[in-house]
Design a protein around this ligand. Structure first.
Ligand SMILES: [Zn+2]
Ligand SMILES: [Zn+2]
Length: 260
């Protein structure tokens, strides 16, 4: 909680801090917070803040395969001793620097995304963005981005859903790491079929020419935010467009699925 005015007097500061802790304690007694994914009660941390997910759900949203492609985060079945790029990245080098995700697309993450995207639960953005931040803050900071851009929705889908889930995640990540977010940097020029309904070969075709740059900017180091990465088609199409406009792109997402 931030006070709406600067407080400099140490005694007043201490009193307000104590009242805040007492208020939080009282609110936990009256309305105990619950995990938004499984409804288990959430524990207060020693500093008075509460976890956004229970430990079980958090672990499910932040687990990774034993090894993965350093370029596109493709999960490998077996642990590999030396880091090596996947066959797709070697065959067709991607137009992005890297993709990093909070974790593999588990059952819990699938349920969370279902609620977040299709059942009108935008409040799930906060715990899901926290999973991204827990796992990727240092990678994002090390990349030294100028700007965060979300994968856009077509206006019809936006009207239907009421929000762009990638923009909600982008805003929370941008706020936490103090990076500007440009919501309308790109637009989706035509409605496209949901990628999840298509096989790998149709996914790239489905998105061909579906995006347009909406803001001409000098070359930037961009973080593109997507929700789930599966074949990397969306990341590739958007990154290609951004890189044609002089930008360097890295991609972050909540989950990494695989068709294999
Ligand atoms: Zn839970
Ligand atoms: Zn790869």
């Amino acid at each position: 909680m931030r006070w709406p005015f600067p407080i400099r007097h140490p005694r007043i500061k201490q009193l307000l801090q104590r009242s805040r802790q007492e208020l939080l304690w009282l609110s936990y007694q009256l309305l105990p917070p619950h995990c938004p994914l499984c409804s288990k009660p959430l524990q207060a941390k020693p500093d008075g803040s509460i976890a956004t997910l229970c430990n079980t759900c958090k672990a499910q949203c932040q687990s990774h395969a034993p090894s993965r492609c350093p370029r596109c985060d493709e999960p490998y079945q077996a642990a590999s001793i030396a880091a090596h790029q996947c066959s797709q990245c070697l065959k067709t080098p991607p137009p992005f620097e890297w993709i990093k995700t909070a974790g593999i697309y588990t059952e819990v993450m699938a349920q969370a995304m279902n609620q977040f995207k299709y059942h009108g639960h935008p409040t799930l953005a906060k715990p899901l963005a926290q999973c991204i931040l827990d796992q990727l803050s240092s990678d994002i900071t090390a990349y030294q981005p100028d700007l965060i851009i979300p994968v856009p929705l077509h206006r019809n889908r936006l009207r239907e859903r009421g929000y762009n889930q990638s923009l909600l995640l982008a805003r929370l990540v941008g706020k936490a790491l103090d990076i500007d977010v440009l919501a309308q940097a790109m637009i989706r020029t035509r409605p496209t079929s949901p990628q999840s309904l298509l096989n790998a070969s149709k996914r790239h075709k489905n998105l061909h020419g579906a995006f347009k740059i909406n803001h001409t900017l000098p070359p930037q180091r961009v973080i593109l935010v997507d929700d789930i990465v599966t074949t990397t088609s969306t990341a590739r199409v958007c990154s290609e467009l951004l890189s044609h406009h002089g930008h360097t792109v890295a991609v972050i997402a909540l989950g990494r699925a695989s068709l294999k």
